[in-house]
Ligand binder design. Structure first.
Ligand code: PEP
Length: 247
């Protein structure tokens, strides 16, 4: 079984306007021949223009969420098919900001994953514990439970990634120690192998939560870390490129 190809994905969250396309182009120009894959997930309204602007480059464009249904009366929502039609190739699902802010359960995330697959998108499925759960010694149970509950059997044979994002590390400047990251990533790997057999060894497990140029190399070279999901530091080409080149 081949080792996972690393992926560095930038999550722009609700940041960016058409002026930010220049930043995306600068990222595409700067990635060079880095050994992994690189993605930017901008607000959905920018996907079409960004996909056009980055066409022919190494950088692919992704969405930040997609509905569990393919179409219908869901005011304000966006479907996987719409993302794919606009030029997205991937989609982040189950981000903790959606799990917490929009009450997305594992069941909802799994339904969204199935919808993304129907649209031909590669899901990046996020899992992670809160600070209370970590302090209670519950991290591995929570995270592996989310992996089991959020990854439907339909993923077998399809490209996808899992992102381990401790909720308390997102946007806070705090990060777990390398040993803590490795402990969780190894537990996720074991769960992936349990669910998908040997194919589970080829799934990239990204780390996310306050990744920045100064800590990227150590995190990216930790055992079972197959890339990063980067929030704040993906908004500036210089910072994001420093993380990509740390691969
Ligand atoms: C994220 O929200 O996915 C994230 C990792 O954010 P940040 O890098 O800003 O902590």
């Amino acid at each position: 079984m081949t080792a996972p190809t690393p992926l560095i994905a930038g999550n722009w969250k609700m940041n960016g306007t058409s002026a930010s396309l220049a930043e995306a182009k600068a990222i595409a120009q700067g990635v060079g021949d880095c050994p992994g894959r690189v993605a930017i997930c901008p607000p959905s309204i920018l996907i079409h223009r960004m996909a056009e602007a980055l066409e022919g480059s190494k950088v692919v464009v992704g969405g930040q969420d997609a509905h569990w249904d393919d179409a219908g009366a869901f005011t304000g929502d966006i479907s996987g098919e719409m993302l794919a039609d606009a030029g997205a190739r991937m989609v982040i699902l189950g981000h903790s900001e959606r799990r917490a802010g929009y009450r997305e359960t594992d069941e909802i995330v799994a339904a969204k994953v199935k919808a993304a697959l129907r649209a031909g998108l590669e899901p990046i499925v996020c899992v992670g514990e809160t600070l209370e759960e970590r302090k209670a010694g519950d991290t591995l149970r929570i995270v592996t439970g989310q992996v089991r509950g959020s990854l439907p059997a339909e993923l077998a044979g399809k490209p996808f990634a899992v992102a381990y994002e401790p909720v308390w590390a997102i946007g806070t400047g705090l990060t777990p120690t390398t040993a803590e990251i490795e402990e969780v990533h190894r537990a996720i790997r074991a769960t992936l192998v349990e669910l998908f057999g040997d194919a589970g060894r080829a799934v990239p497990i990204l780390y996310g939560g306050s990744v920045k140029p100064s800590n990227a190399a150590e995190i990216l070279h930790a055992d079972e870390v197959g890339g990063a999901l980067v929030g704040g530091a993906s908004l500036k080409a210089q910072d994001f490129l420093a993380i990509v080149t740390a691969l």
